[in-house]
Design a protein around this ligand. Structure first.
Ligand SMILES: Nc1ncnc2c1ncn2[C@@H]1O[C@H](COP(=O)(O)OP(=O)(O)OP(=O)(O)O)[C@@H](O)[C@H]1O
Length: 256
């Protein structure tokens, strides 16, 4: 049902500025976090995963024996038609969704369904999630959201304004989430994820609300971050250009 498909080689875009850049993305020095030292080998290992939903007397089987691995420092694009299970898989990997059967290991440790405390510690300190509905705190400005997220991960020293700047929303730092567009909220959510300096980044359509130029710029920042930080990441996307920049493409449901 699922297969590994290596991305085309030689398709990575250079990280130099292009004429189409809509802002000058500054370079933010990234401190050496613990992740550089301790995450080696396999970061995510999924074996024989089964997951189904029940709704209205119907059973929807989403995964029926899925196997997947992500190595330290690697990037993986999840592709597949709408409804093939990309968001469900990211939710399982971040502990927001239970699974029925199968093995899940994160950072070399077995995870279990319903271990809420452990999952919440992981999401606070080690796993950054950027989901389709950017989940910013509505009563806090963009910069306060970034500072909060970093602070919870023990990274209060980070340059929150710098991260917003790098994602092209630095001039909106003091606005509230409902005072910016969906794409700007999405970029603020990415700034929150980067500022946390995670050991694993899970992003659902991270450029889905953006026009193509801005999406390219955000993808540049995303892959610069991944390279500089060595942060493994899994991106669910319908955008083949974004997927081809990843080390591997994993297709769900047999077609993209
Ligand atoms: N809470 C739920 N209850 C019942 N079915 C669900 C639930 N959540 C998801 N599903 C079903 O599970 C399947 C996988 O959904 P999922 O959102 O993971 O797909 P996706 O690949 O992320 O889709 P898209 O590309 O449209 O975002 C779909 O058939 C969906 O309808």
């Amino acid at each position: 049902m699922c297969s590994w498909v290596p991305s085309r080689t030689g398709t990575r875009s250079p990280t130099i500025c292009r004429n189409t850049r809509s802002w000058n993305a500054p370079t933010i020095p990234i401190s050496n976090g613990p992740q550089g030292d301790c995450v080696t080998g396999t970061v995510v290992r999924v074996g024989n995963l089964h997951k189904h939903f029940r709704s209205g007397g119907e059973t929807v089987a989403v995964f029926d024996g899925l196997d997947l691995m992500l190595e330290s420092g690697a990037s993986l694009a999840l592709m597949g038609r709408s409804g093939s299970g990309k968001s469900t898989l990211l939710n399982v990997l971040s502990g927001l969704e239970n699974w029925d059967q199968g093995d899940l290991q994160l950072f070399g440790e077995s995870m279990s369904v319903g271990d809420a405390r452990r999952w919440s510690d992981l999401r606070r300190q080690r796993i950054a999630t950027v989901f389709q509905e950017a989940n910013l705190m509505p009563a806090m400005t963009l910069i306060e959201n970034v500072q909060l997220r970093a602070g919870l991960a023990g990274r209060s020293e980070i340059d929150a304004q710098g991260w917003l700047q790098r994602l092209g929303v630095g001039d909106l730092a003091n606005r509230y989430p409902d005072q910016v567009s969906g794409g700007q909220r999405q970029r603020a959510a990415l700034a929150m994820a980067f500022a946390m300096q995670p050991e694993l980044l899970l992003a659902d359509e991270p450029t889905g609300s953006l026009d193509s130029h801005t999406a390219d710029d955000v993808a540049d920042v995303l892959f610069e971050f991944q390279r500089e930080q060595g942060c493994p990441m899994i991106l669910a996307t319908h955008d083949p250009r974004l997927a081809e920049r990843c080390d591997r493409i994993f297709r769900l449901g047999g077609e993209a």
